[in-house]
Design a protein around this ligand. Structure first.
Ligand code: SAM
Length: 433
């Protein structure tokens, strides 16, 4: 491997710049990790996630502190100072080290003329403490459109949602029911000294007290468990899987729910897993292989049924549509920077189109579960309501559950601190017209 070429802070500033320019953390972080020394990798990950999580609040502070914005070509130094501010405000790092290393990184980024500005700004930030912000939305660090939309959609919950979005999500496992039981695996974890408890709603779920690297989980490589949020695990119960059924997972990659389906019912007839991204399907294959499961994996646009459907209808369809991912911001804080308000209406159109297309491959008497990791009604029960209006073969199945809240046409989970992600489910059955 090549020698590390970037210091931790310069690398973090570059990651934040890449995210601001539209790359996701999962795109830009892996190559950045390879460019820093091994001892700095966990630090780079923490700085990148933390600075994205608090981006809007750090940005507001920096804007207040700078007399005028930096020139466009110096924007990287704005990001470098945000990384430093993140540490001053949200970490235990000694402030003299933060200041010294940030000035050093400013030189490394070929901006030696800005070291004085960086040093002065951060010194004042350290001396004066954090400023007051004009509104709780800035304090809770979300883009304006998102907090306004959430306030509008969830008038009683929006501040709790914003706060939950800023917490680190717990690490949750799904026990492979084909290989072991939850009780037996909890005992294995206890033996390994890993603190864990059973999840409240998902029957195979285990929530860890603290995240650990997957290779430290007993039997991970042998397929005893997978990492999956509790809300995502709930899909299998809703599908009501029975031996012999033909099941379609229409938007399958990276395969978390495909594998959950196969684990939940050993005698399914066939599971077809489709995704439009061949690149992301590689992860489906890897997950199936590790867990010792078999599915018919296909790269296709699920909506273009002519291109992949051979004519046999499905008993069960899981439609886990592409969405804003507004329910999983605590796991993907870069969503706050990447998503735009203008994305939501086109996404809703895609979601309704996919639902309509999937209906044509569902067997009469069959069941479809519509799922998103969104907390915007526009992508959730509003889609289902629109679909119900245009289809006379659809029957909505009431979800009787202890989790989430009843939205009429489906059930909504909001992100819960120290528990599940934000998620939406609706269950539809096909009846005679
Ligand atoms: C929410 S993710 C699915 C997550 C997956 N079900 C899981 O649990 O691991 C949505 C997926 O839909 C895929 N996708 C988007 N449009 C699609 C289409 N028209 N046909 C098939 N897959 C599509 C994306 O590539 C993405 O992998």
């Amino acid at each position: 491997m090549a020698e590390p070429s970037h210091s931790l802070r310069a690398a973090a500033a570059r990651v934040i710049q890449a995210v601001e320019q539209g790359q996701s953390l999962s795109q830009c972080l892996p190559p950045a990790l390879l460019r820093v020394a091994e001892r700095d990798r966990a630090g780079l990950q923490a700085l990148s996630y933390g600075t994205c999580r608090w981006f809007h609040r750090l940005d507001a502070e920096l804007d207040q502190r700078l007399k005028r914005p930096l020139r466009k070509q110096d924007r990287i130094i704005h990001h470098l100072m945000m990384v430093a501010l993140f540490q001053l405000r949200f970490s235990q790092q000694a402030s003299y080290a933060v200041l010294n290393e940030t000035v050093e990184a400013c030189r490394e980024l070929n901006k030696p003329h800005l070291t004085g500005l960086v040093n002065g700004t951060l010194r004042r930030a350290q001396r004066d403490g954090e400023p007051a912000y004009p509104d709780s939305g800035t304090t809770l660090s979300h883009p304006l459109w998102m907090r306004e939309k959430l306030r509008h959609n969830w008038p009683d919950d929006w501040q709790a949602i914003l706060a939950a979005n800023n917490q680190q999500a717990p690490m949750t496992l799904r026990v492979n029911a084909r290989r072991t039981s939850r009780a037996a695996y909890l005992a294995r974890l206890a033996e390994a000294g890993i603190d864990a408890r059973a999840t409240r709603f998902a029957p195979q779920g285990i929530q860890l007290q603290q995240a650990v690297a997957v290779d430290l989980l007993p039997g991970f490589a042998e397929g005893l468990v997978s990492v999956q949020d509790e809300a995502a695990q709930l899909c299998t119960g809703l599908l009501d899987l029975q031996p012999g059924q033909r099941v379609l997972d229409a938007c399958a990659a990276p395969g978390g729910k495909t594998c959950a389906i196969l684990e939940a019912c050993a005698e399914l007839g066939e599971v077809v897993a489709i995704d439009q991204s061949a690149e992301r399907l590689v992860r489906v294959d890897e997950n199936l292989e590790r867990l010792g499961l078999v599915a018919n994996v296909m790269a296709a646009d699920a909506g273009a049924t002519d291109s992949w459907w051979e004519g046999t209808p499905f008993d069960r369809i899981l439609l886990d549509v592409p969405c804003s991912a507004s329910g999983v911001i605590r796991r993907h804080p870069d969503i706050k920077l990447l998503r735009r308000e203008a994305d939501i209406t086109p996404l809703a159109a895609i979601q309704l189109d996919l639902l309509t297309a999937m209906w044509s491959v569902l067997k009469p008497g069959g069941r479809l579960v519509y799922a998103t990791c969104s907390i915007f009604p526009q992508e959730n029960h509003r889609i289902v309501e629109r679909f119900l209006k245009q289809q006379d073969t659809t029957q909505l199945v009431h979800i009787d559950a202890g989790w989430g809240r009843d939205m009429g046409a489906g059930r909504q989970l909001l992100p819960e601190p120290d528990s599940h992600d934000g998620f939406f489910y609706a269950v539809l059955e096909r009846v005679a017209p």
